[in-house]
Design a protein around this ligand. Sequence first.
Ligand SMILES: Cc1cc2nc3c(=O)[nH]c(=O)nc-3n(C[C@H](O)[C@H](O)[C@H](O)COP(=O)(O)OP(=O)(O)OC[C@H]3O[C@@H](n4cnc5c(N)ncnc54)[C@H](O)[C@@H]3O)c2cc1C
Length: 266
Amino acid sequence: MEKICSEGKLITSVHTRKGRSFSADWYISAIHPCTLLKLFEDPSLLPKAFRNRMDSLPNTYSAFTLNIKLKAESFRYINHSCYYMGRYDRMWNFDKPGDEWPLGFLYMTPPDIDQGEYASKIIITAPMPWEFVKEWENSTLGHRPEAYVRWKEECAEKLLALMEKMFPGFRENCVEQINTASPLTIRDWYGVKEGSMCGFAKDCNNMAASQLPVVTKVRNLLLTGQNNNVHGFCGVPLTAINTSEVILGLNYVLDKINQSTHNEQI
Ligand SMILES: Cc1cc2nc3c(=O)[nH]c(=O)nc-3n(C[C@H](O)[C@H](O)[C@H](O)COP(=O)(O)OP(=O)(O)OC[C@H]3O[C@@H](n4cnc5c(N)ncnc54)[C@H](O)[C@@H]3O)c2cc1C
């Protein structure tokens, strides 16, 4: 979707890059609010104070991901996530590009259909601040400069070196092929500001600062997704219930869920 049209204070249609348009009574945005604001044909549809606030809210760290295709029968399947923590005290505190990286990462072996004893792939995800890729922020997917490609290779090497430390011989015996993704990749595939992993950062000392209601000043526009309330596979579905209940009525979805759980139990 690349454009949102409005009349008065109501959204009237949304338009896709392929030239299709859609109209509805309600519009629900599940993308980063800063990305949403850029799609409005009339930027003043939402108040300036709201737009400024969205722009100024800090976002959570992004990530660098190393995907590894493993050689056959080289690395055992692990049925849980694993963590490498080099600097537990500083895991989430990077300052600037050039700081020691990675300080830690998550690695997992996603299961295949009929998973056997050995894994076919590993995904390694390491937190990374947006500032690490800021110098290439104007580049687009498939058109990145050579320096960025080299930098990605260096990041992959650093992660592989730590895997090697944990699993001696890993590189030679297990790695068949690698592929990497950076904060720029996340920004460009998911449309998330600064490639943020979890959207707006929440501050436990100032909860009000990051509170974003699912209703907006535009009567037929609702928000949902990781930027409202809580992120991730638990938070996003919970907010989806909040958002849909604005239309369906308070507790409508919750009652249905409770009813079906109750029916399953009897
Ligand atoms: C590398 C990484 C690792 C993570 N690991 C975990 C984890 O282990 N556990 C966990 O709970 N959470 C994890 N998260 C966070 C979790 O993935 C997110 O909180 C969650 O997926 C957000 O869901 P969402 O629906 O709000 O947004 P998204 O899942 O980002 O969905 C938004 C969708 O909108 C689409 N979109 C954007 N712009 C447009 C447009 N203009 N037109 C049409 N479509 C558009 C995007 O392509 C995307 O498909 C991780 C995130 C990342 C990036």
